[in-house]
Design a protein around this ligand. Structure first.
Ligand code: PMP
Length: 394
């Protein structure tokens, strides 16, 4: 079969569309972090956004983006390495390093590229990358790109990691790669145990804090939440969630960041983050420091929804963050549940393998009103009997 022919035999999306159940690539025509208007005019409560602090539509952030575009143009048209660097990128790096409590920061164009740059920049053939079983796709891709050997360990299982590290102790250089907050389950990594194991075996720990950065511990993220920032050598971030923009960063020691500046291919061979995206991320960083209520409100809103969903009989797993998964069963049940909720005016994300086991991924923000959350609860109540009748854990 040719690489093109394989597209003809790919029928999964076509079948879902034919059944009227396809939940992806929907157009939104205007939104804020609490609600959204779909292209067909329907207003929905937005329970599926990563805009955790509600900053992507904050007028100050939008204004900062517009000002930067007027001053510097729509794009930098080149990599930071050669001709796409702005004082804005450097300023953002300084402020990120200071806020997150690491010596230095490197700003890249997306969080995906930050992970590619950090892992493939530092690891190579002969090294071993230890990956949590539930690690984000970008971390897996980064490990593959590095051409290091990949060794999986059981999700959030520091004892399993230790057994596997012990087998290679004193041999290859090892990097251990985890998410700070798991994007599909909303659970935290067991950072104290991971740090101990990594230090014991001389492995370098990288925590991807895409979902914890800007959210946990007044925005300072997962490492700070555990008071372990000094013992986590590498942290990666994205600006596409709490920071309401696009971009990513690697935080670490000066010499590591300097090495990546000159060796991370995803930085050197890709155009820099646009002026407006960089300025927006910087403005968000400043706002979240001055408005700590955003971090506490998003936590309260998620706590409220976790309680309400559990009371309604839904299974929400081990979530302790703004991400609250709702168990649905198999693929078809997930698509049906998603459509039932849309009919109730509640937008969530339908997640299917290979992204994760089938589920509805719900997530909450600091700017959802009580009334919006109450509408979401009513939506889940209205469809409860139909969603819960489907088998869970198929
Ligand atoms: N890491 C994690 C855990 C993520 O969830 C994501 C985005 N879904 C990324 C990295 C990539 O971030 P970005 O959107 O900035 O490329």
């Amino acid at each position: 079969m040719s690489v093109i022919e394989k597209c003809t035999s790919y029928t999964r999306a076509r079948e879902a569309k034919a059944a009227g159940l396809y939940p992806y690539f929907l157009n939104f025509d205007g939104r804020d972090a609490g609600s959204a208007r779909m292209a067909d005019g329907r207003e929905v409560v937005m329970c599926g956004s990563n805009d955790y602090l509600g900053l992507s539509t904050d007028p100050r952030v939008v204004e900062a983006a517009a000002r930067a575009a007027h001053r510097h143009g729509a794009g930098c048209t080149g990599s930071r390495f050669l001709n796409g660097n702005l004082e804005l990128h450097d300023q953002l790096e300084r402020e990120l390093a200071q806020f997150f409590g690491k010596p230095a920061a490197l700003v890249l164009t997306t969080g995906y590229q930050a992970n590619l740059g950090a892992i493939a920049g530092l690891c190579g053939p002969g090294d071993i990358v230890f990956l949590d079983k539930e690690a984000h796709a970008s971390l897996i891709d980064a490990a593959r790109l590095s051409r290091a050997r990949i060794q999986w360990f059981a999700h959030n299982d520091a004892a399993d990691l230790e057994t596997k590290l012990a087998r290679v102790a004193g041999g290859a250089d090892c990097m251990v790669v985890v998410d700070g907050v798991y994007s599909m389950e909303g659970d935290l990594c067991p950072l104290p145990e991971l740090v101990d194991v990594c230090e014991k075996y001389g492995a370098t720990l990288l925590v991807d804090d895409a979902h914890g950065g800007g959210v946990l511990d007044k925005g300072r993220g997962t490492a700070s939440h555990f008071a372990l920032t000094d013992r986590v050598p590498l942290i990666t971030l994205t600006f596409s969630k709490a920071f309401g923009s696009i971009g990513g960063a690697v935080l670490g020691d000066e010499e590591v960041i300097d090495f990546l500046r000159h060796n991370a291919r995803s930085l050197m061979f890709s155009a820099s983050a646009s002026p407006s995206n960089t300025a927006a991320a910087l403005e968000s960083l400043r706002i979240l420091q001055n408005e700590p209520w955003r971090c506490s409100t998003v936590a309260d809103n998620a706590d409220f929804m976790r309680r309400e969903l559990t009371e309604l009989g839904y299974e929400v797993g081990d979530s302790r963050t703004p991400i609250v998964p709702v168990a649905t069963g198999d693929d078809i049940s997930t698509l049906l549940a998603w459509n039932l909720l849309i009919e109730q005016g509640v937008y969530v994300n339908a997640v299917l393998p290979p992204a994760a086991s089938p589920r509805l991924r719900t997530s909450y923000t600091a700017v959802q009103t009580e009334e919006q959350l109450a509408r979401a609860v009513e939506g889940f109540r209205a469809v409860r009997d139909r969603i819960l009748r489907v088998p869970v854990g198929a």
